[in-house]
Every structure is written in structure tokens, then in C-alpha cells.
Design a protein around this ligand. Structure first.
Ligand SMILES: Nc1ncnc2c1ncn2[C@@H]1O[C@H](COP(=O)(O)OP(=O)(O)OP(=O)(O)O)[C@@H](O)[C@H]1O
Ligand SMILES: [Mg+2]
Length: 217
């Protein structure tokens, strides 16, 4: 088992139908095969605030700023109770959506980006954010005729996508074209994550503390 000195939070982002859930599962399986202790999580969470958000997404009642507050609250509570202890225990966490989802979706509904960033300032920072990019038409086709929540509308998703791409450029997030077949996209994700993990200098491997190189900690 590979246990890191400090765990890492890896986030998959993208519009509805981009493939986040599909790839988060595959990435988790692979990281486990590689020997890491991995938790797979998603937002909104299954906690009390997350459940309230899910209901709201179907009813379309709350103001977008209220939703932003709820998402921030759901994230903070989950990060404090679940993610931080796991990170401290050296686990890898793969999260299906995180802060960028709030920023891009609520900004597409007209909420100020700076304010959304501000209300999320207490949440644990992601160590690696990967944006799975597809156009809204492809995403809608992938979702097919399943029940659509308030965000699953093509012109809205195209707006969200544009914000995601602008933010990725600004913040240096890695962008992967998620249009090709699942196996090809997953290979790219694994390559990125493998090189990221290699650069995590702080492995504690089988109880032996090793830094980058052979230096003992
Ligand atoms: N690269 C791909 N090529 C073809 N189909 C794909 C690809 N990636 C995902 N899919 C399919 O598209 C659908 C949506 O994928 P998935 O549920 O992973 O998206 P998501 O980003 O998690 O969406 P949501 O935000 O709505 O949860 C699924 O049926 C999945 O099998
Ligand atoms: Mg999903």
C-alpha cells in the first residue's frame, strides 16, 4: 500500500455529460491497482445539505446566489468531516466536481465569480483539477432522454463550458478533450495523474519514509 505523507485531492470537472462520473470511477480503480488508498467522492454530497441541493435542482426555486451558498456549505462540511481527515491520513481523494463547478455554473447564472470564490475560501484546496471538455451538443446527446435537472439545457451548458475553459486558462487547470472514446480519454487522465503522483515528493512507502531522491525525512 502506498500511503502519502500528505494525501492529495484530485478533481474532475466539466459540464453535465462530459464523463466525470465515468472517469472518476475508472481513475479510482486504477489508482487502487497502483497501490494507493483512494476515496471516491462527488458533489453535491449525500449529506443533509447535499440532499437539499438535489431537491432544489429539480424544482428550480432558489435564487442562484442561494444555491451558491448551499454548494459552499455542503462542500465545507464535507471537506471538514470527511476529506481533511483522509488527506491527513495520506489518502488520495478523487472528487467528481468541486469548487470550480460552483464557480462556473453559478457564474453562468449571473453570480459574481469573486463572491463565489470568497464563500469557498474555507474549503480544502484541490491539488489537481482536470477539466473534461466536450461541447454542449455532445453532452446533451450523451445524456439522452434521462430526466434533466435545471442546468441540463444546451445553451446554458455552452455558457458554463465557456467559463470553464476561461478559468482553466487563467488557473492552469489541465484540459482534456473528452469527446474521444472512454478508453482514450481515460488513458490521458491516467498519464496526467501518474506524472502528478510522481511529483508528489512525499511518499511513505511500506512504512519507509522517503523524500524525493533518497534523502530520509
Ligand atoms: N468519451 C465518451 N464517449 C462516449 N460516451 C461517453 C464518454 N464519456 C462518457 N460517456 C457516456 O456519457 C454519459 C454521461 O457520462 P457521465 O455520467 O460520466 O457524465 P457526467 O460528467 O458525470 O455527467 P453529470 O454531470 O450529468 O453527472 C454516460 O452514459 C457515459 O457512459
Ligand atoms: Mg456524473
Amino acid at each position: 500500500m502506498k500511503r502519502l505523507k500528505r494525501g492529495v485531492l484530485i478533481v474532475l470537472e466539466g459540464i453535465d455529460g462530459a464523463g466525470k462520473t465515468t472517469h472518476a470511477k475508472l481513475l479510482t480503480e486504477w489508482l487502487r491497482e497502483e497501490g494507493y488508498i483512494v476515496s471516491l467522492t462527488k458533489e453535491p454530497t449525500s449529506g443533509e445539505i447535499g440532499s437539499l441541493i438535489r431537491k432544489q435542482l429539480q424544482r428550480r426555486v432558489f435564487h442562484p446566489a442561494t444555491l451558491a451558498l448551499l454548494f459552499a456549505a455542503d462542500r465545507l462540511e464535507h471537506a471538514e468531516s470527511e476529506l481533511k481527515p483522509r488527506i491527513e491520513a495520506g489518502e488520495v481523494i478523487v472528487s467528481d466536481r468541486y469548487v470550480e463547478s460552483s464557480i462556473c455554473y453559478q457564474a453562468a447564472e449571473g453570480v459574481d465569480v469573486e463572491w463565489i470564490e470568497d464563500i469557498n475560501k474555507w474549503a480544502l484546496n484541490a491539488d489537481l483539477t482536470i477539466l473534461l471538455d466536450v461541447d454542449a451538443q455532445t453532452a446533451m446527446e450523451r445524456m439522452g432522454s434521462k430526466f434533466k435537472d435545471k442546468f441540463e439545457e444546451e445553451s446554458f451548458l455552452e455558457r458554463v463550458r465557456k467559463i470553464y475553459l476561461e478559468r482553466a486558462k487563467e488557473k492552469g487547470y489541465l484540459v482534456i478533450d473528452a469527446t474521444p472514446p472512454v478508453e482514450d480519454v481515460q488513458m490521458k487522465i491516467r498519464r496526467i495523474v501518474a506524472s502528478f503522483m510522481k511529483n508528489c515528493e512525499n511518499f511513505i512507502f511500506k512504512g519507509l519514509k522517503v523524500c524525493s531522491g533518497d534523502e530520509e525525512v
